[in-house]
Design a protein around this ligand. Structure first.
Ligand SMILES: [Zn+2]
Ligand SMILES: [Zn+2]
Length: 415
C-alpha cells in the first residue's frame, strides 16, 4: 500500500477495492483471459498455472470461500499474472458502479494485475493490485469516455495520479486497500474503455504530477462546477488549501467553459462516462417532495417532525453552493424549530435519496413541496471535468488546463 506523505521515486503498486463488503455480494465468477499466464494460490495450495481452468466460481459459504470447480475451501484466493509487465486480464461479472448514487448499476469489468478474493463481515471482498500507470489508464477512460480529446485524457491522468499519490483522504486503509473503484475515490471500471490511442496519450504523462510547495497536490475534481469553482474549506473541514480556491471557470472574454453554450449537451453526452445518466450538469431542476424530506430527516436526525415550513440557505460558498442550510419545521405538538444542516455533503444527502447533484440551488415552494433550481454537479472544488473537456476541445494544452484550475501549481515528473 502507499505510504502516506512519501513521494515515490519509482512507479508504485496500488491496491484497489473492486468488490466491497457493503456491496453484499457472496458469489462471483473469475474468468481468466488466458490460462497459462496466471498462477493461483489458496490457503493450502499453490498452482503454478491454471492450465485446465479458465473459469472459477467462488462462493461465500459458512464464512469460507468455496471454489466450486476445484471443490476446495479456503479463506483467501489470489490470481496473479506470472510477469507483472505482461497484460493478460481477469473478468468479473458483478461490479458495482455508482455505489449509493442515483446512477448505480452493475457492470462486467476486466482487470489487469492481480486479484485477491477473501471474506470480510461475512461478505466477499475483492482487491485488485496493479502498477499505478496501468490503473491510471483505466481511470482516465472511466471518469469520462475514451472519446475525449488527448489533452483532456492527459489532464485527467495527471489529476488522478496527483490526487492518489497525495494520499490525503485514505478512506479505506482499515480494509487493506488504497482506494475503492468508484466515485467515493475515483472511477475505475477496469480496462473496458481503454484502447491503443488512449494508452498512448496517457503514457505521455508517465510519472507527472502537479506540485505545490514541494508536495504533490491533493488534486480534487468534480463533474461540473456550474460556472465558478468552490473553496476547499467550504466543502471539507480543515484549513484552506492555496491551490484549491474558487475561480471563475471562464476565458478572457467571459465565456464559461462548462456552459452548454460552449459545450453543447449533445457533445457532453459523447464524452462523459458510460455509467452516467444525467445530462443537465450545468443547470438542473429537482423537486423535493414534502413527505420524502420528512422521512429523510426522521431517519437521519431522529427528531419529532410533522410539517416543514421553509428551507433557509444560511451560508453559501463563492460558487453558490450552500454550506449551511436551516430547515424550519413544526413538531407534532405544533412547536416551531429550526434544524441546521451544516455541510455541503449532508445537504445533498438529506435532500435526495440518491444524493443531490450539488448544493448550489435556489428554493421555491409549491403545494408543500420544494422546487430546487440548481447548478453544477459535484462538490465543485478544483478541476471541473466538463470545463476541462471544453478547454481541451478549444485546443488548450494539459498544462494550461491544470494551471487554470489549480493556480500556483507546477507540473513535475517524479519517476
Ligand atoms: Zn472510496
Ligand atoms: Zn466549470
Amino acid at each position: 500500500m502507499l505510504i502516506p506523505g512519501k513521494i515515490p521515486n519509482k512507479e508504485p503498486l496500488i491496491r484497489v477495492g473492486i468488490i466491497l463488503p457493503e456491496d453484499q455480494i457472496d458469489q462471483t465468477t473469475v474468468t481468466l483471459s488466458d490460462t497459462e499466464s496466471y498462477e493461483m494460490e489458496t490457503d493450502m495450495m499453490h498452482y503454478p498455472s491454471c492450465k485446465n481452468q479458465k473459469k472459477f466460481t467462488i462462493i461465500v459459504k459458512d464464512n469460507e470461500l468455496f471454489i466450486s470447480s476445484i471443490k476446495s475451501k479456503t479463506s483467501k484466493v489470489v490470481f496473479s499474472p506470472h510477469l507483472p509487465d505482461d497484460l493478460p486480464h481477469i473478468t468479473l461479472p458483478n461490479i458495482v458502479a455508482g455505489r449509493g448514487f442515483h446512477w448505480q448499476k452493475s457492470i462486467r469489468a476486466q482487470y489487469w494485475g492481480r486479484i485477491e478474493l477473501s471474506i470480510l463481515e461475512g461478505k466477499l471482498i475483492v482487491i485488485n493490485e496493479l502498477p499505478l500507470e496501468q490503473y491510471l489508464n483505466c481511470v482516465a477512460t472511466s471518469e469520462m469516455s475514451a472519446a475525449c480529446p488527448p489533452e483532456f485524457l492527459m489532464t485527467q491522468a495527471i489529476v488522478a495520479r496527483s490526487w492518489l499519490l497525495a494520499n490525503i483522504e485514505q478512506k479505506h486503509r482499515d480494509l487493506g486497500f488504497d482506494i475503492c473503484n468508484d466515485d467515493c475515490c475515483q472511477r475505475y471500471q477496469g480496462i473496458n474503455n481503454c484502447n491503443d490511442n488512449t494508452i498512448m496519450h496517457i503514457n505521455n504523462t508517465y510519472g507527472k504530477v502537479i506540485i505545490y510547495d514541494n508536495k504533490i497536490c491533493d488534486a480534487r475534481y468534480s463533474k461540473s462546477c456550474g460556472g465558478v469553482t468552490e473553496d476547499y474549506d467550504n466543502v471539507w473541514t480543515g484549513d484552506a488549501v492555496p491551490y484549491l480556491i474558487s475561480i471563475k471557470d471562464q476565458n478572457r472574454n467571459g465565456n464559461i467553459y462548462c456552459d452548454p453554450q460552449n459545450i453543447p449537451d449533445k457533445s457532453v453526452k459523447r464524452y462523459i462516462g458510460k455509467v452516467d445518466t444525467n445530462d443537465d450538469y450545468f443547470r438542473w431542476e429537482y423537486i423535493v417532495k414534502h413527505e420524502n424530506l420528512i422521512n429523510s430527516i426522521k431517519e437521519n436526525f431522529q427528531v419529532d417532525i410533522d410539517k416543514i415550513l421553509k428551507l433557509n440557505p444560511f451560508k453559501r460558498g463563492k460558487s453558490g453552493r450552500i454550506i449551511k442550510l436551516g430547515i424550519d419545521y413544526y413538531d407534532t405538538k405544533d412547536q416551531e424549530h429550526t434544524l441546521i444542516i451544516d455541510s455541503e455533503y449532508n445537504i445533498r444527502n438529506i435532500l435526495s435519496e440518491s444524493f443531490l447533484f450539488s448544493s448550489a440551488f435556489t428554493v421555491n415552494e409549491q403545494d408543500g413541496n420544494f422546487i430546487l433550481n440548481g447548478k453544477g454537479w459535484g462538490h465543485g472544488v478544483g478541476l471541473c471535468q466538463i470545463g476541462a473537456l471544453s478547454m481541451a476541445l478549444a485546443n488548450k494544452k494539459a498544462e494550461e488546463i491544470l494551471s487554470h484550475y489549480y493556480p500556483k501549481t507546477n507540473l513535475k515528473t517524479i519517476y
